[in-house]
Every structure is written in C-alpha cells, then in structure tokens.
Ligand binder design. Structure first.
Ligand code: NAD
Ligand code: TYD
Length: 339
C-alpha cells in the first residue's frame, strides 16, 4: 500500500510515519509537508534514507503541486495531518488557519477525486465539539455531539470536517474522520502545554499557566492515536466519524505539577498569567464507538506516558534546543539547498 501522509514533519504525523514504517515494512510512504515553523526535518532524519520513504516539500493548498504529486505517486490512501494546529496562534492570526485547514483540505480531496483513492482520512480534533462544563463530569463528547466551536482553530477544523462529509455525500469520495483528544509524547513542538512546561522547567524559567489552571484536557499518548488512525483507515466504515480518547482527564495545574515533581523543580516556577480568550473548560471523549467497532483501546495510561515523555525530552535536548534557538529552520537549506 502507498500512503500519502501530509504534515508528516510535525508532531503526530511524524510519529504516524514511524509507526507505519515499523509495523508495515512493505508499505510505501510519501510525506508532503510545507515545513512551516511547526515542521521540522530533523524529526524525520532517521527515516530519510529508508527506501520506502519519500519526503516532498510542498503546500497542501497548492493545487498544481498537489495534482503533480498525485500524478507521480498515485497514493492508495491519504492521511491528512497538515494543519495550523496552535489555538493561541489562531487567536493572533486566523487567516492562515482558514487557508491551510479548510482550503488545503479541499485541494487534497479534489486531487483524490481526480486521480482516485481507496480512502481519504481526515485527522480532526475533539475541539470541534466545543467544551464541557467542569461541574458535569458525567458528560462526554460522542460522535453525535453537535459541532460548536470556540476558537478560529477549532472553527477551521470543524469547517474541514463538514467539507469532508460533503465530498462523501455529494461525490461518493471514500472518507473517514477521526476526532482525537489532546496528544502528548516525543517530537511535540515546545509551544504546546506539556513540552513547553518541560523545556521551561529544565531551563528554570517560569511556567505560564493560563487563568487558574483548572481547565481539563483528556490526554492521549501519541502512539495510541497512531494505532487508532491505522485501524480506522484499514477497517473503519466508509463515511464515518470516530472519536479517539482514553479517559485520561487532568487539570492543567495537575499536569504542570506532575512535570515539576518528575524533574525535581519547585512549584514556585508556576506563574498564573492572563487567560486565553475563549478558553475551553473541559474536553472529554467517549471512545465507545471505536472500541466496539474496531477493538481499539489505549495502551499507555497517563501516569506512565508522561514519565516516558519527560524522559524523552531529557534524552533529546538538542531536538528541542534547536527549535528554541531557531536552528531547525536552517536544516532544510543546509541538507537540501544544493540538491
Ligand atoms: P503540528 O503543528 O505539530 O504539525 C503540523 C504539520 O503540518 C507541520 O509539519 C507543518 O509544517 C505542516 N503544515 C502546516 N501547514 C501546511 C500546509 N499548508 N501544507 C503542508 N504541510 C503543512 O501539528 P500536530 O499536533 O502534529 O497535529 C497534526 C494534526 O492532528 C492536525 O490536523 C491537528 O488539528 C490534529 N490534532 C492534533 C492534536 C494534538 O493534540 N496535537 C489533537 C487532535 C488532533
Ligand atoms: P495546548 O497545548 O495549547 O492545547 P489545546 O489548547 O489545543 O488544548 O494547551 C493545553 C491547555 O494548556 C489549554 O487549556 C491551554 C493551557 N496552556 C497554558 O495554561 N499555558 C500555556 O503556556 C499553554 C501553551 C497552554
């Protein structure tokens, strides 16, 4: 099988590529990535020489480039991770979120219609459901929960989901959509909560907690997300949405304190800062559908996954230090500038 994985130089896409190459050594993978600030070729360094892996630098919203890629590679399956993914950036500058997350998804699906495909899979998020109140721990997002977005990021992801469902209904495009809770693990860009707090704590810098820190996220170790997407693409029903999450709810403050404790750093590093505008209170996934239909269950509980993740950041300091210094953005030019 030949996979086109978009956004594979980012956090989850790169972990998905590693997962596929290890599990299916006979499969071929083409990665299309624009290498925005969030894309990092150093992440993919260890697979660059793999004969079953090809990296292509390009924008999913660039129609001629995407069509040319499909003509050359003829992928069997597309998994679309490419997105602007940071809520705070969408508050500052929504435009690029509409461009990549909505229009880019449209271009990819047009290419799938034109050249034919076995399955187009859209990697979506639980943030399309909005948030849940803190005083109703009995409530969870199901696939039937109405879409109700809070940020330009989540609105752009929800718009893309609607477009994907429309292409299925109108044109019969074979699709699936997964809506996952917050991921964590290796290669997570250090602007997001967990890697930012690890990096700041290691540098004895303040840990900025938005508002009171009581917001709740439902954390999933990234490999569990990759396994779920693989299952959905291979065995999930055409046209369906699947929620992915593992009942690992924690307040932000709990997460931050866990990190400080593991690193032996004092809680006095915590700084409560002005809240994010429109900040969602609680996300919580009901994963019954994917469990009952496809047998998926998460394998890494939060308490184990967070320790593994902290260990990874300790063992891979150059990876995140290059990001903080900006060096990683010169890597493509250095490696490929003259090729
Ligand atoms: P990320 O920001 O780490 O990576 C995004 C990647 O997409 C980067 O490599 C970037 O260069 C690339 N990209 C951006 N714009 C592009 C474009 N126009 N064309 C081609 N490539 C482009 O994001 P992530 O955390 O790995 O998230 C991947 C996907 O999973 C996103 O669609 C996101 O909405 C979704 N998701 C993320 C989480 C999470 O907790 N991180 C949870 C649920 C769903
Ligand atoms: P984030 O990692 O940006 O993911 P998302 O907003 O998609 O859930 O943030 C996770 C939670 O952590 C969210 O409630 C916002 C909060 N947060 C902070 O308190 N401080 C920070 O510096 C960041 C980046 C996030």
């Amino acid at each position: 099988m030949k996979w086109l994985v978009t956004g594979g130089a980012g956090f989850i896409g790169s972990n998905f590529i590693f997962y596929l190459l290890e599990k299916y050594p006979e499969d071929q993978i083409v990665c299309l990535d624009k290498l925005t600030y969030a894309g990092n070729l150093e992440t993919l360094e260890k697979v660059m020489q793999n004969p079953n892996f090809t990296f292509v630098k390009g924008d999913i919203a660039d129609r001629p480039a995407v069509y040319a890629l499909f003509e050359q590679e003829h992928p069997d399956v597309v998994v679309n991770f490419a997105a602007e993914s940071h809520v705070d950036r969408s508050v500052v500058d929504p435009g690029i979120f509409l461009q990549t997350n909505i229009l880019g998804t449209g271009v990819l699906m047009d290419a799938c219609r034109k050249y034919g495909i076995q399955r187009y899979h859209q990697v979506s998020t639980d943030e399309v459901y909005g948030d849940l109140p803190l005083d109703r721990p009995d409530l969870f997002f199901t696939e039937q929960t109405p879409i109700h977005t809070s940020s330009p990021y989540s609105a752009s992801k929800a718009s893309a989901d609607l477009l994907v469902q429309a292409y299925h209904r109108t044109f019969g495009l074979p699709i699936s959509i997964s809506r996952c809770s917050n991921n964590y693990g290796p290669y997570h860009f250090p602007e997001k909560l967990i890697p930012l707090m690890i990096a700041n704590a290691l540098n004895d810098k303040p840990l900025p907690v938005y508002g009171t820190g009581e917001n709740v996220r439902d954390w999933l170790y990234v490999t569990d997300h990759c396994a779920a997407i693989d299952l959905i693409v291979r065995r999930g029903r055409d046209g369906e949405v699947y929620n992915i999450g593992g009942h690992n709810e924690r307040t932000n403050l709990e997460v931050v304190k866990t990190i400080l404790k593991a690193l032996g750093k004092p809680e006095s590093l915590i700084r409560f800062v002005t809240d994010r505008p429109g900040h969602d209170m609680r996300y919580a996934i009901d994963p019954t559908k994917i469990h009952e239909e496809l047998g998926w269950l998460p394998t890494t509980p939060f308490d184990e996954g967070i320790q593994k993740t902290i260990r990874w950041y300790l063992d891979n300091k150059p990876w995140w230090e290059h990001i903080i210094s900006g060096d990683y953005q010169n890597y493509y030019e250095k490696m490929y500038g003259n090729r």
